[in-house]
Ligand binder design. Structure first.
Ligand SMILES: [Zn+2]
Length: 94
């Protein structure tokens, strides 16, 4: 069963595990019994693939504090394979 967050006007927020069929009905505050309104928040991302989770975290982190780099990111010249085929000399150059 999912966990729903509700806000009591006097006591504040509390979580309640309820069946999905009861998600729309009003909740009672466990402390004072007052009617509490539901609070909608971000979805729980526990079930997300770990790779996607890392990518989302990296994206959020780079948005807040981008990494400082000392050179332009991209492929280095050493990583470029060198061809020895003489026909490649006739290819147009950028
Ligand atoms: Zn209350």
């Amino acid at each position: 069963m999912p966990t729903y967050t509700h806000r009591c006007p006097d006591c504040g927020e509390f979580d309640q595990v309820r069946p999905m069929a009861a998600a729309g009905s009003a909740a009672r505050c466990p402390d004072c019994g007052a009617t509490a309104s539901r609070v909608f928040g971000a979805p729980a991302l526990r079930g997300v693939d770990p790779g996607l989770r890392r990518a989302l975290d990296a994206s959020a982190a780079s948005g807040d504090a981008p990494a400082v780099v000392s050179s332009v990111p991209g492929r280095s010249r050493r990583a470029t394979p060198v061809t020895r085929d003489p026909r490649h000399q006739a290819l147009p150059r950028p």
